[in-house]
Every structure is written in structure tokens, then in C-alpha cells.
Design a protein. Sequence first.
Lengths: 154, 190
Amino acid sequence: MLTLRLAVLFVHVTAVIVALGGSLFSTFALTPVLAEELEPAARLRVMRRVIRRLGVVVLSALAVLIFTGILNLLYLRAMPIALMVKLLLVAVVTGLALYQYGSVGARIWRLSADGPNPAIPPLQALFRKIGLTVGALVLVIIYLSLTLTRGAIG
Amino acid sequence: MSLTPPLVPPTARILVRSPLLECLTFLALLIGLVAAASYALGTTTALRVFKPALGAWLDAHQFYLMEGGATALGLIVGIRLGRRLAAESVGGRHGANFVMILAPLAWAPLIHVCAAAARLGWTLRGGSFASWIVDREGYEAGTRFLRLSITAIYFFKTAGLAALAGLALIAIGVALASSHDTANNPSAGP
């Protein structure tokens, strides 16, 4: 059975999976393997493109997440405190992701155009740090979402 | 002349001030707050005495003006905040063009959606607060204060939800700018 509510929820949950899954894969699978297998110059060439493409995927997923999230609110009957905290965290996560890909990632992209540069490693460390913070906050958001929908059970 | 190198690399894009966004922020704040205050204080009753036609028009539209103003304010604040955070991607004069086209299109549907979501109750002790304020300030002042606070909360909840949508629009803008850069420069490097 397909209802509008279910369709919106489906897209919402899928967007979370895409945003979080992409970031986790890049941080814990791709980056360590690239560091072990590729020379610095080649690694930089691959990483700059991965960051750029991942930014498109993650930010698009976040935008979908916000719009479907606002639509999901229409099906609720109240706005408990957990939901308000969740909305606040969503704003923080979106802001951090925008800074991560829109400023730090864009700077890495531009600086790495001419090959290795001493300014890039600190930016990559900052990029990774923001990514881990975003990932942790998304996990808190998921927990809050579960308390909102499943909190009454048990 | 300073011999120290510039801190910002020459290739970096700097955030450009947008007078249009500043003007729109002020306009949305003004319209939204005046409409919210008018709705909360019931000024249209007084206005109807002096200018009946204007009073009647404002009475019929002030709630929609408040919702529209709150949504526009939130949307613009979200866009400005997002532009600042993603300055290297969409901070330029032409960087946020797509967002500036999409925002007015998204505004009308967002008014209804954000306002409807903002109407959701807090599930806090609203009834107790109403009793407390009426008990403390008296019925006349208490009910007026209650109406004012409910309107202010509604205004800021609507604006907050719209700000999230503004951030989402900037996220789409950054994603598009990144795709454009990648397509134009797919294999840069040594």
C-alpha cells in the first residue's frame, strides 16, 4: 500500500542512509585504503575528486532530508521537546556539512589543482574532523527520531 | 607595503555582500513583525474606526502577512547563513544565482507547510502557563500577554522551519556548483 505519508517517510529514511553511508564509507573504507595503496600525488588526485563527488551526494541528500522532514511534521499531532532538539541538531549538521564541503572541500579542490601543496594536509585533517562530528550528530538525530516514533513502545 | 604573504590564497573565493538579501531581510522582518504585533494586539479594531477599508483589509490579511513574513525571514536568514558557511562555493556574486531563483518559487508552498508545522503544540504545560499568567496579571492583561506570546512563538517557529529550508536550498546550490566545477575540470592536477 502506497500512501503519501509512507512515500515521504521512505524518501526521508533513504536520504539518511545515503548521507550517512556515503560519509562512513569515505572515512573508514576509502581514505585508509587510498593512503596505503597510492602514491601521495595520485592519492591527492583521487581524493579531491572523491570529496567533490561525495559533497554533491551528501548535500543533495541533506536537502532532500530537510524538505521531507518538514513534510513529515505535518503528519504529527504535537511537537515534543525531543523533536525540537532534533530540528536544532539538523540545522547544526546542515551548517557543518555546508562548511565541510562548501568551504573546506572547495578549498582543497582549488589548492590541489596544481598537485601536492603544504596547505592541503591541515585542511584534510579539518575536513575529516568535521565529517566525524557530523556523523556523530547524525547518530544522535537517528536516536532522537527513534524515541519520537518508538518511544511509547516497551 | 607589507612583505607578509596574504593569508587567503589568491584562488580563494571571498564572500560578496549582497545588498539585495540585506534589504529583503529587513523587509521580511518589518512586514512579519508589524503583522504579528497587529494580530496579537488587535490594532485593526482601532484602524477600522479611522480607515474602515484599510482596517477591514488588514483584518482579513494580517495573519497571512505574518505567516508570509515569518517564512520569508527564515528563508532569507537560512540562505544568508548558508552562503556564509559555504562561501568558497556559493559566496560569490554569481554563485548563489540558482538559489535566488529557487527561493521565491519555494516561498509560497513553504508558507503553508512551515505555518502548518509551526501550529503543532509544544506538549508542555500550556494550560498551566495560561492560568498562571491570568492569575498574576489579571484577566485583561493576562489574556493579552498570552495572545502576544503565542503569536511570537508561532512567528519564530515558522521562521525557524523556513530557515532550515533556506539551508537546504544552499545545500542544493553547493551541490550544483560542485558538479559544475567537476564537469569543467575533471582531471586537474599534475
